[in-house]
Design a protein around this ligand. Sequence first.
Ligand SMILES: [Zn+2]
Length: 373
Amino acid sequence: MLTKEDLTRLHNLKDEGKLYTSVYLNVNPATNPKGEYFVTFRNLIKQESEKLSSSDQKLIYEDIKRIETYLKTGKTEFKKSIAIFSSSQNDLWEVYHLAVPLKNQVVTDRTPYLKPLSEILEQYHSYAVAIVDREHARIFRIQLGEISEYDELFTPDIPRKHKKGGWQGRDENRFRRHIDVHVHFHLLDVVKHLEAVLHVGEVNHIILGGTEESVPLFNKMLPQTIIAKIAGTFTTDMHTSNDEILAKSISIIMDAGKCSEEGLVDELVTRSSKDGSAAVGLEDVLTQMQAGNVHHLIYNEGFSASGFKCSSCNLLTIQNHKECPYCGSEFEKIDHLIDYTIQRAIDKGANISPVMDNVKLKEAGNIGALLRY
Ligand SMILES: [Zn+2]
């Protein structure tokens, strides 16, 4: 998982005259069924190396070979996009697999090219998820749609009631107090860990999970600094899988974003009916895309459609033409037209906003675009 620390570390590599090759590639299997990214890389690195002196071209030869080998063999790990930083001169090789789409780019320079990475870290908020019960806690981070476990706490010395059998009267009260004190210290410890996560400055929001008993108990102990960051809570136990925690958290994250999503869809629908400065429905969106007129693409998450792609000029369409109306080449049928549409929008510098089950957008054809002009 890509973190701000990674970015800072790469950023701190100073210009010492050594060459770095930075590669951003869309490797989404849906839009690259035949490993098309390999050709994309070859074309981009060719253009890039033509700008270099012949001695510099020799210096990146090793890097190109290594990247090509990786693109051919690393496939099983590919998600939607990949970022590679390679400098054989400075013994650097770093690969990041990302679950979000990126624009294809290759840059060779005296420092790593990091702008696309810092932009997506800015765009996708980062979350900490804390799962608590009376003696355990697990802290996760969610970033760019991926979850990873960050920290685990266990405060085991809570005495078990059944061990000694028969706590009664005064002893029973003492026992309760003893447990409450332990739980209290355990939860305070969790608060400290959460504050440390916040302190690093990489987390924008916190989500709380746990048993029905522990979440309200924990909630009461939180300082204002943490309360202000809470995006939502959910009920779960300590042994829930990471995938399930991610799914529950994503639905909270989506709910938190609902208001802004609704505003965006309202703007889209109003503008399309009022002055035509927005397009709705796949066919109109593709027409505007072909004209380079898409400024902001908005679509219902999970919307899918099949269609056609020109084998030569890459025109995307839902109509089964005999030949491409622009260049006369043949069309090929594609199953993941929406993935191609999103990638094309990114390549052309448009913003993209997936929204969650928006009814108004569904009625408008599940996809729309705010236009440039
Ligand atoms: Zn064509």
